[in-house]
Design a protein around this ligand. Sequence first.
Ligand SMILES: Cc1cc2nc3c(=O)[nH]c(=O)nc-3n(C[C@H](O)[C@H](O)[C@H](O)COP(=O)(O)OP(=O)(O)OC[C@H]3O[C@@H](n4cnc5c(N)ncnc54)[C@H](O)[C@@H]3O)c2cc1C
Length: 408
Amino acid sequence: MKNWAANFEYSAARIHRPTSVEQIQEIVRGSRKVRALGSRHSFNDIADTPEDLVSMEHLHQVLAIDREKQTVTVQGGTAYGQLCGELHREGFSLPNLASLPHISVAGACATATHGSGVDNGCLSTAVVSMDVVVADGSLVNFTGRQLDGAAVGLGGLGVVTSLTLKLAPTFELAQDVYEELPFEQATANFEEIVSSAYSVSFFTSWSGQKIDQVWVKRRTPSEPRSEFYGAAAATSARNPLPGFSPANCTDQMGIAGPWHERLPHFRMEFTPGSGEELQAEYLIPFPNAVPALRAIAELADQIAPLLHISEVRTIAADELWMSPFYRQRCIAIHFTWKKNWAAVQRLLPIIEARLAPFQARPHWGKLFMMPPAQFQPLFERLPDFRALLTTHDPEGKFRNPFLDRVLS
Ligand SMILES: Cc1cc2nc3c(=O)[nH]c(=O)nc-3n(C[C@H](O)[C@H](O)[C@H](O)COP(=O)(O)OP(=O)(O)OC[C@H]3O[C@@H](n4cnc5c(N)ncnc54)[C@H](O)[C@@H]3O)c2cc1C
């Protein structure tokens, strides 16, 4: 079995598809090396294991919406797209979503998956409780401050069988796209621009001294801006990928709609089940945003030929140990690459060396070449995380080569 992008083949000897928590407990008890598998949207070996892979695909029920506590509890294989419509109909929302809704909640939270917005934390910050089958097969609940260590668990703590997420009242957003933002305007007014709406993303191919598109998701009621730092309002709907149809993108042109139909860039019903792309992303403390963007722009000649598109987003600080946003607001510089791993593999170390002075950390679920010695000092709670895993998994059942590298 391969991941969504089909650039990685899982090496597991056995793939299980349990339909109950009891079955998961049985699999974990009987296994020497085991790992949960979400919707397979990661690009690296983070979800792999040599022995027993536990696909969560049959466990995707919304278990309960607690109106009083304003929470929802979902099974460990639920995708955001399976949840959001129901939340909206019940009058609730989640504060943020990733760029497409097909990703599983547990898998997204395990890797600190994020959307954009200076005041929006990564998706893991919504977790208020998690039930996990740990290495001895018992079901352990993590809540309160325990989640600081457990929420971004990199799949190493056990199999998350259910998660409870904090909700907010449902809300509407309108999405406007602006084109050809001059790069100098973008850098001179960076904080003002990214703080100008609920969620702001830059899309750029790094060529021509401009940001190709700025996607602005604003709360309603509000008016679109007639002037946007020298960028022009798009005259029709756009796809972030130059030349691609906007048909599979969420509504733009200022048309108001519910949060879950505006926060993801791509519609639930259209996104393909596999992708002709590779992804890498680096998370950089907000004060280093502008010099980091300038450093990447200097590599435009090397980046542009291999790139579909880059996206720049912002993420609020959190308290989660293995989150790249631990106690610091960050920007994310993302690359959607053409599927040419040989060439991308040569370029990533060049990009990573350029970003090193800005304390760049890799996205756990995407491709990176950075040696652990480069990013480990940037995760000050890594020793605590290692100890947490040892407490619940003394024999390393859930350890895999990815975690061995990260924690080595
Ligand atoms: C097209 C596309 C768009 C993307 N957009 C964004 C984006 O906007 N923002 C962003 O930050 N990232 C984005 N990503 C990356 C993606 O969100 C992460 O890779 C995420 O971890 C994928 O979740 P998944 O369910 O597919 O997990 P998998 O890839 O299946 O697994 C990832 C990790 O989660 C663990 N895991 C999964 N389920 C469980 C469970 N039930 N219990 C315990 N551990 C579990 C696995 O063991 C593994 O360690 C995107 C990826 C793709 C392919």
